[in-house]
Design a protein around this ligand. Structure first.
Ligand SMILES: Cc1ncc(C[n+]2csc(CCOP(=O)(O)OP(=O)(O)O)c2C)c(N)n1
Ligand code: SF4
Ligand SMILES: [Mg+2]
Length: 351
């Protein structure tokens, strides 16, 4: 009697991006953060966005300060370069690294304490310079790593688990960023997969300082009744200003486009950031209008999300410095060291 041999089905070919890499190539170490921490969801969105944008992991520099949020670069893109700096001092390390090699994609991940409390001085000057980097603030309103004290982004009246009430006004990272010169400013929520992914992808096409303030609940110290950075509060008070869509430069623009209801921004690399207006009069290039909307929403107790402000015309810090095309870090001594004749001439002038 003849026997039929059933062959196992061939393994499905793994999905790859335009570089032929799999999503696995963008993963990092296993997270040590608490289960349910918003920061873990943000790491996932960074992995997806970098994969979908087809960015070579080795061309990325990850920068952070100190905090649970600042630990998270260890949990995505192991193949990228990484520098976990001192508390609140990531912007100066980023400035040096970007000047040394402006061809790399810089991605900073910080916390609200790292950015708006101890680090506010450095943060402000980074934005003023329009340093070309994506800076994500994983904003939970507390110092998670040191057991949940209020940070400078905690809202007035917000309550700690211990019953302590915050009576100091919050620093709004987005209002501050627009005022101080960042050229791509938005807010999202770690639980909003679609909006956050579109914003990260768009920000990777921008040449200048990108500030993404991402509300990221700390499930251990700040996710209770009375907190304004909890999952429940965000679900009840989030107000999206626009629906964010993004079409990378390597994709055909085939999504339906109704000029009356969308605002289309062409990014530096030819990609398109498409904002479908929910607020009729919203124009993301109007700096004063953006601050006004943020302040009005704050007064009403709403948490606005979306891309608030974008300026693709302002030169970045590296453009302003007029650096040579080759990364400074790769220049041979013959191009960086003045010759003896030039030095002698300088000395002559000093005599
Ligand atoms: C110079 C210095 N001061 C204080 C600390 C203690 N410290 C470590 S992390 C942290 C706050 C982190 O808060 P945040 O940036 O919001 O990160 P989260 O843990 O909430 O993600 C503090 C005060 C430190 N490591 N170094
Ligand atoms: S303490 Fe808070 S911020 Fe830190 S890992 Fe746990 S949930 Fe996240
Ligand atoms: Mg924090």
């Amino acid at each position: 009697m003849a026997t039929t041999l059933t062959l196992p089905a061939p393994a499905p070919t793994p999905k790859t991006n335009r570089l032929g890499l799999q999503v696995l190539d963008y993963r990092g170490g296993k997270t040590t953060l608490c289960a349910g921490c918003g920061h873990n969801a943000i790491s996932e969105r960074i992995i997806d966005s970098m994969y979908e944008m087809g960015i070579q992991p080795e061309r990325v520099m990850k920068l952070s300060g100190i905090g649970c949020s600042s630990k998270s670069p260890a949990y995505f893109m192991s193949r990228a370069h990484s520098f976990n700096s001192v508390h609140g001092r990531m912007p100066s390390v980023a400035t040096g690294a970007i000047l040394a090699n402006k061809t790399m994609q810089a991605l900073g991940v910080s916390g609200d304490g790292d950015t708006a409390s101890i680090g506010i001085g450095q943060f402000i000057h980074m934005m003023r310079r329009n340093l070309p980097m994506v800076y994500i603030v994983e904003d939970n309103g507390v110092y998670g790593l040191t057991k949940g004290q209020f940070s400078a982004t905690a809202d007035v009246g917000s309550k700690l688990k211990t019953g302590v009430i915050n009576d100091l006004p919050a620093i709004d990272i987005c209002t501050l960023a627009i005022e101080l010169g960042a050229t791509f400013v938005g807010r999202s929520f770690s639980g909003d997969k679609k909006q956050l992914s579109a914003m990260i992808k768009a920000s990777l096409s921008h040449n200048g300082t990108v500030i993404l303030d991402v509300i990221s609940p700390c499930v251990t110290f700040n996710d209770h009744e009375g907190s304004t950075k909890s999952y429940k509060y965000m679900q009840e008070h989030e107000e999206a200003i626009s629906e964010v869509g993004f079409v990378p430069h390597f994709q055909e623009i085939d999504v339906e486009y109704d000029p009356g209801t969308t605002y289309d921004v062409t990014m530096h690399d030819g990609s398109h950031l498409r904002l479908r207006k929910l607020h009729d009069d919203y124009n993301p290039t109007d700096r004063v209008g953006a601050v006004k909307q943020l302040m009005e929403a704050h007064a009403k107790g709403e948490v606005l999300t979306g891309v608030f402000y974008i300026d693709t015309t302002k030169p970045s810090f590296t453009d302003l410095l007029n650096l040579v095309d080759d990364p400074l870090a790769t220049l041979p001594q013959s191009r960086t060291r003045p010759t003896k004749a030039v030095l002698d001439e300088v000395m002559e002038h000093l005599k």
